[in-house]
Design a protein. Structure first.
Length: 118
């Protein structure tokens, strides 16, 4: 599976950004797709994820502000993260992730930097 993230940038607090992740390869075997982030000096943390059945899960810090969604296209799946009401503490490199649970395998995409200025 290949994952390519995009959509990061610089935004003022209170603003919005939409991240995208294009996944190709064995996409129909993916069990869970998600967005993680890593701020400087901190560990990578889960932001939001969606299962193959459409169940979503969000970190408490982003609930009500971020929305994860997924769209299937020909041989591709696109994962989105709509981020509203952004805060400086949302500043981080955001990574998309694909999990194959039965195989115990994780795939990571390239990161995209989100910077929220106060």
């Amino acid at each position: 599976v290949q994952l390519q993230a995009s959509g990061g940038g610089l935004v003022q607090a209170g603003g919005s950004l939409r991240l995208s992740c294009a996944a190709s390869g064995s996409i129909f075997s993916i069990n869970v797709m998600g967005w993680y982030r890593q701020a400087p000096g901190k560990q990578r943390e889960l932001v939001a994820e969606v299962t193959s059945g459409g169940i979503t899960n969000y970190a408490d810090s982003v609930k009500g502000r971020f929305t994860i969604s997924r769209e299937y296209a020909k041989n591709m799946v696109y994962l989105y993260l709509q981020m509203n009401s952004l805060k400086p503490e949302d500043t981080a490199v955001y990574y998309c992730n694909a999990k194959f649970i039965a195989l115990n395998m994780n795939y990571w995409g390239t990161g995209t930097l989100v910077t929220v200025s106060s």
